[in-house]
Design a protein. Structure first.
Length: 103
């Protein structure tokens, strides 16, 4: 069986960059819950952002404001994660769903 080794920080950064270059859709660079509007705001690499009410996403509709406050960017920005409720969402599918492409 092959031996596994943990990649260095430089190798991990290089792998993320390679993944980002292969990605064809928008990538998340930041995300947060806006308590004033009650929306999830995702900043994209394309100089724009999307904001949506978590009630429109069945994975997030029952989550509390506290549970929505912690958001992580996964991989090269292809997904977001809500660790307090153990929910990860693919950014491409989320955007398509919000725009009605998947209906």
């Amino acid at each position: 069986m092959g031996q596994y080794r943990i990649p260095t920080a430089a190798e991990a950064a290089q792998a993320r960059e390679a993944g980002a270059q292969r990605a064809t859709g928008p990538l998340a660079v930041a995300a947060h819950f806006d308590p004033t509007t009650g929306r999830i705001v995702i900043e994209l690499d394309r100089q724009c952002s999307i904001a949506f009410d978590p009630a429109v996403c069945h994975h997030l509709s029952a989550a509390s404001r506290y549970e929505l406050q912690e958001i992580e960017i996964l991989g090269a920005g292809t997904a977001i994660n809500f660790p307090r409720i153990d929910v990860s969402l693919s950014l491409g599918n989320l955007v398509a769903d919000l725009l009605g492409v998947l209906k």
